[in-house]
Design a protein around this ligand. Structure first.
Ligand code: SAH
Ligand code: SF4
Ligand code: F3S
Length: 472
């Protein structure tokens, strides 16, 4: 590699996957990854628009990269600056206007065109260095092209035993608070054959665990191959993936409660590779707020889905997302959220204060909740969620769990990885276990991780992976 590429990623796992794909598409042009922005020939900011603070971060980061660009120019080197992701999609023209040193602005659906954009900017730079006035040489591409980017990206490069695989993009749900349907566009599912090919490619390169990604991943309905035919749902896709030799663990995120269909629930019953853990955002425990959010389900519907999941896979645990202070949220509505949390006992969760996003229906709703009430509610909710999380972590002490050891721990001789429930676990163990799924006995629950010892295969102990199969 002759040139250095620095990518800074904000937002969700889809962006993490996309950042890797942008690196893949630029590799043939001679770009290799660097962690240091200061030495980079090209910097890409992959942005998130989900909450106000996420977008603010972009402008402060850009200021920092302008200094890098200036300093490198003073030394005779150039730095291309590109803004990708959801802020680029939502505010691309404004970024181009406001930030003249940004060279490329591209939306999430046009990453396969990145080499062409780089070539265009580089050509304009050459012309400029020959003394020609070349104003407005920046490239803006925020199309939702007819051709899916996936068909034009090179083979994915993987590092380590755990990988993301994007199977679905965009969203047609239009929750009233959310920008995703606008920034990522309409729902699109990759076909089954392509997903399987990418999974096999990953497994051949040492991947043991795949997390299937989509903004609304369980709305997945991919064709079997590029031709016609009945689409397969996520449950069917998971069954096919489970047949890939060497793929030991499957996760998927993020799901919407209304798309948890019978086949997907049955996959939780039948597919042992599927972890007994699911992130299923509910946002609120109040029917009134769920309706105002256009979530298309009630609190009871949500509880029923969980009941079916846990019947199918005893021991399955849940995590969720919550928004507090959505317009119209009364004390009673908020209490319904607290009650739901107590009832379900989520083992992890993300919770946020509602952030009105320009262009979404929620932004023009009346009955805004005052900021101090919003932050009080967030504090109360987070305390309860944290209690649940700590209680679950404590309950794991003494259990034996399969942990995918994918990295070194902080201490010499220590390895670290994730439990089936995404808990960080560390253990003293031989280097040969790196990249392996090891049976570990949890001996202590610390605030942010679990401490474990190697469990010998005949050590007995209850295994949290042991599940009883029952009919859905
Ligand atoms: N597709 C997922 C969520 C994607 S966004 C789903 O359907 O649940 C991730 C999380 O960000 C959401 O679950 C929500 O809790 C939060 N979020 C989205 N928009 C928000 C907003 N305007 N204000 C605050 N939180 C928001
Ligand atoms: Fe956003 Fe998720 Fe709702 Fe889609 S389903 S609009 S991604 S919160
Ligand atoms: Fe953010 Fe876009 Fe993901 S808005 S959460 S990066 S889909």
């Amino acid at each position: 590699m002759t040139k250095k590429l620095h990518i800074k990623t904000f937002g969700c796992q889809m962006n993490v996957y996309d950042s890797q794909r942008m690196a893949d598409v630029l590799a043939p042009l001679g770009y290799g990854a660097t962690d240091s922005a200061e030495t980079a020939d090209m910097i890409i900011l992959n942005t998130c628009h989900i909450r106000e603070k996420a977008a603010e971060k972009l402008y402060s980061e850009l200021g920092r990269y302008k200094n890098v660009q200036d300093q490198r120019r003073a030394r005779g080197s150039d730095t291309l600056i590109a803004v990708a992701g959801c802020v680029a999609q939502a505010e691309g023209a404004e970024i181009m206007r406001r930030v003249p040193y940004v060279d490329i602005v591209l939306g999430p659906q046009t990453y396969h065109r990145l080499p062409e954009m780089v070539a265009q900017v580089t050509r304009a730079r050459d012309v400029k260095s020959n003394g020609v006035n070349c104003r407005g040489q920046g490239v803006l591409d925020i199309d939702f092209p007819a051709e899916p980017k996936f068909d034009f990206l090179p083979d994915v490069r993987v590092e380590g035993p755990s990988a993301f695989l994007s199977v679905q993009e965009g969203c047609d749900k239009f929750c009233t608070f959310c920008v995703v349907p606008y920034t990522r566009g309409a729902e699109y599912s990759r076909n089954v054959a392509d997903v399987l090919a990418e999974a096999r490619h990953m497994v051949e390169r040492g991947v043991r665990e795949i997390t299937l990604l989509g903004q609304n991943v369980n709305a997945y309905h991919g064709r079997r191959n590029s031709g016609s035919g009945r689409p397969a749902g996520l449950g069917e896709l998971i069954r096919e993936l489970a047949d890939v030799d060497g793929l030991d663990r499957i996760r998927y995120t993020t799901s919407h409660p209304v798309d948890m269909d019978a086949k997907l629930i049955q996959a939780h019953r039948d597919v042992s590779e599927l972890v007994p853990f699911l992130h299923l955002p509910v946002q609120s425990g109040s029917d009134n707020i769920l309706h105002r959010m256009n979530r298309r389900h009630t609190r009871d519907d949500y509880l029923r889905v969980i009941e079916k999941l846990v019947t199918a896979r005893p021991g399955l645990k849940l995590s969720s997302d919550f928004i507090v202070g959505f317009p119209g949220e009364s004390d009673t509505d908020f209490e319904a959220t607290l009650a739901l949390v107590s009832e379900v006992g989520f083992i992890q969760a993300f919770s946020f204060i509602y952030s009105p996003r320009p262009g979404t229906p929620g932004a023009s709703l009346a009955d805004r909740v005052p900021e101090d009430v919003q932050s009080d509610r967030l504090t109360t909710l987070q305390a309860l969620l944290n209690d649940n999380q700590q209680a679950f972590n404590q309950s794991c002490v003494g259990e034996v769990m399969p942990v995918l050891l994918d990295r070194h721990g902080r201490k010499p001789g220590q390895l670290a990885g994730r439990s089936p429930y995404m808990q960080a676990v560390h253990v003293m163990g031989p280097e040969t276990l790196l990249g392996e799924i090891a049976q570990l006995r949890i001996i202590e629950a610390l605030p942010n991780s679990l401490s474990a010892i190697l469990a010998s295969p005949d050590a007995g102990g209850r295994s949290m992976q042991e599940t009883r199969r029952v009919a859905v």
